[in-house]
Design a protein around this ligand. Sequence first.
Ligand SMILES: *[C@@H]1O[C@H](CO)[C@@H](O)[C@H](O)[C@H]1NC(C)=O
Ligand SMILES: *[C@@H]1O[C@H](CO)[C@@H](O)[C@H](O)[C@H]1NC(C)=O
Ligand SMILES: *[C@@H]1O[C@H](CO)[C@@H](O)[C@H](O)[C@H]1NC(C)=O
Ligand SMILES: *[C@@H]1O[C@H](CO)[C@@H](O)[C@H](O)[C@H]1NC(C)=O
Ligand SMILES: *[C@@H]1O[C@H](CO)[C@@H](O)[C@H](O)[C@H]1NC(C)=O
Length: 568
Amino acid sequence: MAVSMNRRKPKSSKNSETKEHCCCSAFLFKILSRIPLGILLLILVYLWSSSSTIISGKIVHICVSSRKLNNLYCLSAGTQPNFEIPIPLTNNSFTRNIENIDASPSTNSSVTDDKEIVNALSSSSIGNIKEDVDIFRKDSIRTEIDGADKNRNEEIAIAKKAVKEQLQLHRSWMSSTNHASCEGRGVYVYDLPSKFNKDLMGQCEDMMPWTNFCEYFNNDALGEPLASLGKGWYHTHQYSLEPIFHSRILSHPCRVYNESEAKLFYVPYYGGLDILRWHFKNVSVDVKDTLAMDLMKWLEHRKPWVQNSGSDHVFVLGKISWDFRRRNYTSWGTRFLELEQMQNPIKLLIERQPWEVNDIAIPHPTFFHPHSDDDIVAWQQKIIGTTRKSLVSFAGAERPNQPQSIRSVLINQCTSTSSDKCQFLDCKSGGCNQPETVTELFMDSEFCLQPPGDSPTRKSVFDSLVSGCIPVLFDPFTAYYQYPWHLPEDHRKYSVFIDQEEVRQMKVDVVGRLSGISARERDEMRRFIVYELLPGLVYGDSSSRFEKFQDAFSISVNTLLQRVSRMQ
Ligand SMILES: *[C@@H]1O[C@H](CO)[C@@H](O)[C@H](O)[C@H]1NC(C)=O
Ligand SMILES: *[C@@H]1O[C@H](CO)[C@@H](O)[C@H](O)[C@H]1NC(C)=O
Ligand SMILES: *[C@@H]1O[C@H](CO)[C@@H](O)[C@H](O)[C@H]1NC(C)=O
Ligand SMILES: *[C@@H]1O[C@H](CO)[C@@H](O)[C@H](O)[C@H]1NC(C)=O
Ligand SMILES: *[C@@H]1O[C@H](CO)[C@@H](O)[C@H](O)[C@H]1NC(C)=O
């Protein structure tokens, strides 16, 4: 929060938000006057990366971006086995190269550890407050962290509160009424040169070394139909959000073709696909940034982009925020979201960076893409009525390279209880290959364990919700601090929370704890998930029409329209 507020350019005028900003600033000021800024930053970085942060003794190892490099083949997916398989190509020269770059915290040099923190902080989005971070020079770092350690609980609470304030701001844009009229709420979709979107899909064969993406882009990027699961089910790739969102917005009822009639501007740049094609190739960082820089040049000449400094513009990115925030001690990802011009627009991503107020997370795409209200109702009836034979299930893989991952503990607990209580589907052995297998497992289970993977969020959380399986979360950053428009603030309505620290220290028997939840409580949660949440968590197909429901897409666009119509 401190971070993002400080780097907002003062010249950007967001009159309508003045109130919120004032209250945020006051809040900020309170924090800043209480603790040194450097420590606050450290806490934010720590909180954010808590799923991959190791605290040993007094040293906090930050491996926020190295986690991706540690395990190239473990992206944030839960149920896509291609992303779960731990590095099959150990003798691949490029992999080795990456591992060398990675100053992994598991190496025992404390110099490396300190450097990591300094780098993470000094290259994080701090702009004009860089001097404060200099306190984190190598020599002083230990004492600074000792200091942080002392009041850590209090400070963590403050930093978490800051994240919650942002979510409150995001939620405040939502409307309780469903607008029937597009009057004064026009959406303009830029007609970008095809190199920024369609041409990237055209590179599907060469996108990643071990997967051919082409079939995922069939059917307006929903993928191949999955007849066995029923109407509206497709083999959708987890990174397909960009084209899915784009084809929906082209037929949005509020779309206008005249810029001067628009309130909201959508830039259909497929930034996630852009960077995906470079992730596993040995190219320079300049190559990775080329298209994003071209886009900035293209936008410079558009009047609407200039007129409000981008604050009424929105980008939809189908990958996690970190992939677009390259720090210069790593070569992973692009700098797209670090660019000055990209600070004002709203970015809708499958995973936000918690201290970036203009990052907003929206659901990962699932396999279900209804066409009509009837498709939704039919699915609701189907899953509310199924008998769930197992109490708990977990679909995923261990993280042997991440000693702090709680996955092994969970897998042990799951497989050591009587077999009908907990089912483990090992993604390492290819068991999660088929969407049917995972969906059927989740439809068969009361609770689905959703520990963080390589990043805090999981597509699998949405797969389990859509299957009517109650997610069990271990890290608030997996969902509670992510999806302000699609999940309610009271997370007890739809999930069970067990602190990962308790699991790590083996203080909790997860299956036992879940057995203690009564059938009545389970049913209540499930009814809330299926009837209240589910329609708003799925993306309809490209020609879908809903009367009764708002899907994930409509909720997102309506909320954005609500926000911009209050601006100015
Ligand atoms: C990589 O390992 C595989 C199997 O271990 C082996 O067949 C192949 O020759 C190795 N490639 C290189 C370049 O070392
Ligand atoms: C990557 O590219 C650079 C520059 O072209 C080259 O020097 C280096 O050897 C390459 N690394 C690998 C692992 O191919
Ligand atoms: C780590 O420390 C051990 C002994 O303490 C040493 O043998 C090893 O080389 C060190 N590794 C690195 C990467 O420095
Ligand atoms: C766009 O709208 C503006 C204002 O309503 C109008 O003056 C202008 O002629 C329109 N442009 C086109 C191409 O229709
Ligand atoms: C990181 O980037 C900044 C600005 O781009 C530059 O000033 C700094 O020297 C770079 N640091 C390293 C270690 O390359």
